[in-house]
Design a protein around this ligand. Structure first.
Ligand SMILES: Nc1ncnc2c1ncn2[C@@H]1O[C@H](COP(=O)(O)OP(=O)(O)OP(=O)(O)O)[C@@H](O)[C@H]1O
Length: 684
């Protein structure tokens, strides 16, 4: 195991590096200014938001140290080339590709100053490995993992189902054995009862209600006609999950007029998001619920999480006002308090179905709120899921994520990774940055890494297309927000990376549930900063246990990638030779690549700032019971900025007063206001 000391010599420096005195720093700055006339001087990285000091915040003097030109790395200047060749995508340099993809405007004043060719000027990259908070030992509380058997030894043929249904079913899923949740749920639903079903992610809940639904509808006499309108309504929280099913879909993002026409023609099984259905209830005369005999609320707790409680009430009132007696089903991998209330208002004496021998007390399903209150929900995760966490100081997050992606998708075969990020802007930013730096022609790999993205700001057709492409690909990386956390069934995903921790443990369970589905193997990795480590305990309270992966181990992948080898051009020296030193140097070269791309022009800087801003906004959105772990004041903004390839925190956030005096309090307030301003600023 490589052993990094947080205070070791900065990357890309020879062993002889010595910390300059303040006079030397000043002289160095001056010399630098002269030497690279026109090169924008790096601002001192003094940013330290005025909040309670945490392990992730180091003394102010550290910020001064970062002002030292601790690392000089090559900055590329376009070598004279044939013009047509220079414009071809294959020959574009990372920064040029980034620019091309972000449709950047011409260079701003800062731009050219950080650009150059393989053999040109050098700029400094402040040390990645100094002034980081210590990484304490991870305390892993003892946890009894809850186990749920995915399959039974019973076959579908043993159920009293229409033969056509069994054949078609086997044809589509290759299913031979009944899943545990299917064995428990199908007979209950076939007997006409309501049910609340909780079973782990990827255990086959869709067929657990889909089979009895179709079985019951095919038996209706006289035979159902299209013009009968909806006989079943399936409410799902988001738009993604139902690309596989045809009967009839209503969702935001599509033209209401087209949906109205389809409704008029008749849809027998209506699959819809709550908001869109309410929209049609209010605006579409042709929607009639007089025949509805099934109501299914899939991912029910998510529907509530997203604030659709009011919409559900409108839907329930509308359904209750008309129609035959109805069968109601509520399903989720995690059931939370709100579910009990929902069950109470929407169901008649529901059967409570849970999978697992020791699932007593897991997300209690009893529709009596008092039985749930006060309990910490216990969650079951797939048995063959290996869960890991890695503690990474803020400054190193970007290179660590990149190294992890390279380790799985470049140096191992057959991996499909989903990376969860907290905002749409950050997804867009990382996609372009990784495409520019990790996947370009310099990657010397055939084929290059395939990056995909999925988030709520994309058009529905594009979302569907990406979902299908990623589902079909053999290897690739999907960068996404929580829009992909629930209900999506994408085959052969091998790793789930949570680059930003989720806001609730339930969300954690759903995210990791995109792998290790229906008995398959899978792994997950959660990124935490040293200040966020108590999240491990919080997850343990919900029966979730993680093992630690060392950041150094992830970064050591860079030793396999000669693109990040230190060339020693700036001082004629090669790497110092010690493996841990060389890993640090390579990580710094990679970070410099990222920073060069970001600082290529003003628009790229703005894109990075927007991503940082959205990350900070998302950070303020953790619920109050998580604020002791995730608090915006505990973030070191300069370090966070670095993880977006920014050399400095956005201006105006540089106040770092010592605690105590009134003046300091004033400064603290000003600093907080600056952060508030930054969060609200419309970046151009
Ligand atoms: N009995 C079975 N045998 C084999 N494969 C099955 C069986 N039942 C379902 N599957 C497949 O397992 C996968 C996961 O099923 P599904 O998406 O219904 O899980 P889920 O429990 O709804 O998951 P989540 O809670 O994440 O939404 C699907 O690809 C489905 O086709």
């Amino acid at each position: 195991m490589l052993n990094f000391s947080s205070d070791s010599a900065p990357a890309c420096h020879s062993k002889s590096y010595q910390r300059p005195t303040s006079q030397e720093k000043w002289a160095l700055k001056k010399a630098q200014k002269r030497k690279y006339s026109g090169i924008q001087k790096e601002l001192p990285n003094k940013q330290q938001f005025n909040g309670p000091k945490t392990k992730d915040q180091q003394p102010t003097e550290d910020m001064e140290e970062e002002d030292v030109p601790t690392h000089k790395s090559p900055v590329r200047k376009p070598a004279p080339k044939d013009a047509a060749k220079a414009l071809s995508p294959e020959t574009l340099k990372p920064a040029q590709r980034f620019k091309a993809q972000t449709k950047m405007t011409p260079k701003s004043k800062h731009v050219g100053e950080h650009k150059g060719g393989e053999d040109s000027v050098f700029i400094k990259t402040s040390s990645l490995f100094r002034n980081n908070p210590d990484i304490p030992d991870v305390h892993r509380p003892a946890v009894t993992q809850l186990k749920e058997k995915v399959f039974t030894s019973d076959s579908f043929a043993e159920l009293d189902l229409h033969p056509h249904l069994i054949n078609r079913h086997s044809l589509y899923t290759n299913a031979v054995f009944l899943g545990s949740v299917q064995k428990k749920t199908i007979p209950v639903l076939l007997s006409g009862q309501d049910a609340v079903v909780r079973s782990q992610t990827g255990s086959g809940k869709t067929l657990a209600y889909g089979i009895p639904l179709v079985q019951s509808l095919q038996a209706v006499e006289p035979k159902i006609k299209r013009g009968d309108g909806p006989l079943a309504v399936i409410v799902v929280p988001t738009r993604e999950p139902f690309t596989w099913i045809v009967p009839g879909v209503l969702m935001g993002g599509e033209k209401r007029k087209a949906e109205k026409a389809r409704l008029r023609k008749g849809i027998n099984i209506l699959i819809t998001t709550p908001g869109r259905l309410v929209d049609h209830i209010k605006n579409t005369l042709s929607i009639a619920f007089s025949a509805v005999r099934w109501l299914i609320l899939d991912e029910a707790d998510r529907i509530l999480d997203l604030g659709f409680e009011k919409d559900l009430t409108v839907i329930l009132n509308s359904l209750n006002a008309t129609g035959p007696p109805r069968q109601n089903v509520l399903l989720s991998a995690t059931l939370t308090d709100g579910l009990s209330r929902l069950a109470a208002i929407s169901m008649k004496e529901p059967v409570s179905i849970q999978v697992g021998e020791n699932s007593e007390g897991i997300n209690d399903l009893t529709p009596d709120p008092t039985t749930v209150q006060g309990k910490s929900d216990r969650f079951a995760v797939p048995e063959r899921l290996q869960q890991h966490m890695v503690v990474v100081p803020s400054k190193l997050r970007l290179v660590c994520l990149a190294a992890f992606i390279l380790s799985k998708c470049k140096f191992e075969k057959g991996h499909k990774i989903i990376v969860f990020v907290s905002s749409c802007e950050a997804v867009e930013f990382l996609l372009i940055l990784f495409n520019a730096v990790l996947s370009g022609p310099k990657a010397k790999q055939q084929p290059p890494l395939s990056f995909f993205r999925l988030h709520g700001n994309m058009k529905q057709e594009e979302r569907t297309e990406v979902f299908q492409e990623f589902s079909l690909c053999k290897t690739g990386i999907l960068l996404c927000t929580d829009v992909a956390a629930r209900g999506l069934d994408m085959p052969q995903v091998t790793w789930i990376v949570q680059y930003n921790p989720p806001t609730t443990p339930a969300e954690y369970v759903h995210r990791v549930g995109r792998t290790a589905r229906i008995g398959a193997k899978g792994s997950s990795l959660l990124f935490l900063t040293p200040a966020e480590m108590s999240y491990v305990t919080s997850l343990a309270n919900h029966n979730i246990s993680l093992s630690e992966m060392k950041m150094e181990m992830i970064l050591s992948t860079l030793m396999l990638d000669d693109r990040f080898k230190v060339r020693g051009k700036y001082d004629g020296k090669k790497s110092s030779g010690a493996p841990e030193q060389e890993v640090q140097e390579r990580a710094t070269v990679l970070q410099t690549e990222f920073e060069n791309v970001v600082h290529n022009d003003n628009n790229s800087v703005q894109a990075a700032k927007r991503a940082l801003q959205s990350f900070l906004r998302a950070y303020t959105a953790y619920p109050s019971n998580m604020k002791h772990i995730f608090h915006i004041k505990a973030l070191h903004l300069g370090h966070a900025a670095k993880s977006f390839g920014l050399r400095d925190a956005p201006q105006g956030l540089v106040t770092a007063p010592a605690k105590g005096s009134n003046k300091d309090k004033g400064q603290a307030k000003a600093s907080r206001n600056k952060l508030g301003e930054f969060l609200l600023t419309e970046l151009v």
